[in-house]
Ligand binder design. Structure first.
Ligand SMILES: [Zn+2]
Length: 260
């Protein structure tokens, strides 16, 4: 088997200097030259989890620095990492689905497998966010709330922010039933690009479009919203997909500010 992807980036997000970001693919080549799956869940051992996190970070030249990760619970809770003395261990216990920081050299990340990872960056004030926007988080407006938190905490202006929507399940594949769709009532118009009807009586929901719209509603400029064009469900060889596989691995998406 040949590896087609070793690291995934959100188009154009790398135009910013003083910032590193990436998402992990499904497979990597280990030291014995074998193809192995990234295991960030740590089903086999938590040692392996840390080893794989470090290993992935090394593919983007970040040495021995696993990301700061929160305890994701499909909520709209936001954690702001302001205190440099907080450890990875402490942060990993915080229940939240978005993490924001102005601290340099501290990678902040989130795990997904179909849910949309959203990165926000303020190039003027040098503040970054990593957001887990699944169906629940999207429904609760987590992108919108993260923008408000950046505004409140750091004085960020929404029109200065750049958003990157990473690897997630596309509107091509994310099928939902009527009950699920009804939970979005009054939040989005039930029409393309947000929702498409299927012949089987179900619907296709485009979480990318919904989150992009939330960003626009919160004051982001449409041209500052960048998105990955890839669908996790469509690419079993490259990415994990919860919808496709049930019990599966996770994609890590992180952002790290560098000093400027
Ligand atoms: Zn798809």
């Amino acid at each position: 088997m040949k590896l087609s992807v070793d690291v995934v980036r959100i188009n154009l997000f790398d135009n910013f200097s003083n910032l590193i970001h990436a998402s992990s693919p499904r497979y990597f080549k280990n030291t014995s030259d074998e193809i192995e799956q990234y295991d960030f869940v740590g089903r086999d051992s938590s040692e392996k989890k840390t080893e794989h996190l470090i290993r992935f970070m090394e593919t983007v030249k970040i040495k021995n620095k696993p990301p700061f990760l929160i305890n994701q619970i499909h909520s709209d809770e936001i954690f702001i990492l302001k205190d440099e003395s907080q450890t990875r261990e402490q942060v990993s216990k915080i229940k939240a689905d978005a993490i924001i920081t102005h601290l340099s050299e501290i990678p902040i990340g989130i795990f997904t497998a179909d849910c949309i990872p959203v990165l926000l960056y303020d190039p003027k004030l040098h503040v970054a966010a990593a957001i887990h926007a699944g169906r629940e988080g999207t429904l609760q407006g987590i992108v919108n709330k993260s923008i408000s938190a950046m505004k409140q905490e750091y004085g960020c202006k929404p029109q200065d922010l750049v958003a990157g929507l990473g690897l997630g399940i596309g509107g091509c594949c994310y099928e939902i039933d009527e009950k699920c769709l009804s939970s979005f009532e009054n939040k989005i118009p039930f029409q393309p690009p947000f929702v498409k009807s299927k012949e089987n009586g179900k619907f296709l929901l485009d979480l990318f479009a919904v989150n992009a719209q939330q960003g626009i509603d919160a004051g982001l400029l449409p041209e500052n919203i960048l998105r990955s064009e890839e669908c996790t469900f469509c690419s079993p060889m490259n990415y994990f997909s919860y919808r496709r596989e049930g019990k599966t691995g996770r994609i890590l998406t992180f952002i790290m500010l560098q000093p400027r």
